[in-house]
Design a protein around this ligand. Structure first.
Ligand code: CO
Length: 172
């Protein structure tokens, strides 16, 4: 089934696609490339630092990210069939938001450093190690491929603080 990239839009919780474990992408076809390009546009339009395929309704193991604060060639990264390995033992708290959970913010605890293996749009596997916003974004977006949301990782206090917004989304 071909994807109509012009119809892709960011879906919000509680859309069930956000809860599904996404499927491997495999070969980098022209369709995969055009989906990734459209996701990069949608991420920037929404002022996001990352966007995972389930967030545009596709249960694919693919996410795009730009944690550099800079636009253009070389700053937008595409991670296909990613694997996270070697999480650092040190964890830290940092505030996170999610384009599928508008207006919700929460302090999430995650390992501060991590290594990611993924396929790029050139079809080649690559490896990166990060220990800043990069590591944080990769872990947040990887969670989307597993059907995990910050709702599942936030503290009870943050859940209470965001209770009204969560209810609003559930009622949409
Ligand atoms: Co998110």
């Amino acid at each position: 089934m071909a994807v109509d990239v012009d119809k892709l839009r960011i879906v919000h919780y509680p859309d069930p696609v956000l809860r599904r474990k996404a499927d491997p992408v495999g070969a980098i076809t022209p369709e995969v490339r055009s989906v990734a390009a459209r996701m990069v546009e949608l991420m920037h339009e929404a002022d996001g630092v990352g966007l995972a395929a389930p967030q545009v309704g596709l249960s694919w193991r693919l996410f795009v990210a730009n944690w550099t604060g800079q636009r253009g060639e070389g700053h937008d990264w595409v991670f296909i069939d990613p694997q996270l390995v070697e999480p650092g033992r040190q964890v830290g708290l940092h505030q996170e938001g999610c384009l599928s959970l508008p207006d919700i913010r929460a302090e999430i605890t995650r390992p501060l450093s991590i290594t990611i293996h993924a396929t790029g749009l050139d079809g080649k596997r690559f490896t990166l190690t990060g220990s800043g916003l990069d590591a944080r974004v990769w872990q947040h977006e990887f969670d989307h491929l597993e059907g995990t949301l910050i709702l599942d990782r936030m503290t009870r206090v943050d859940k209470l603080a965001n209770r009204r917004k969560i209810k609003e989304l559930e009622g949409e």
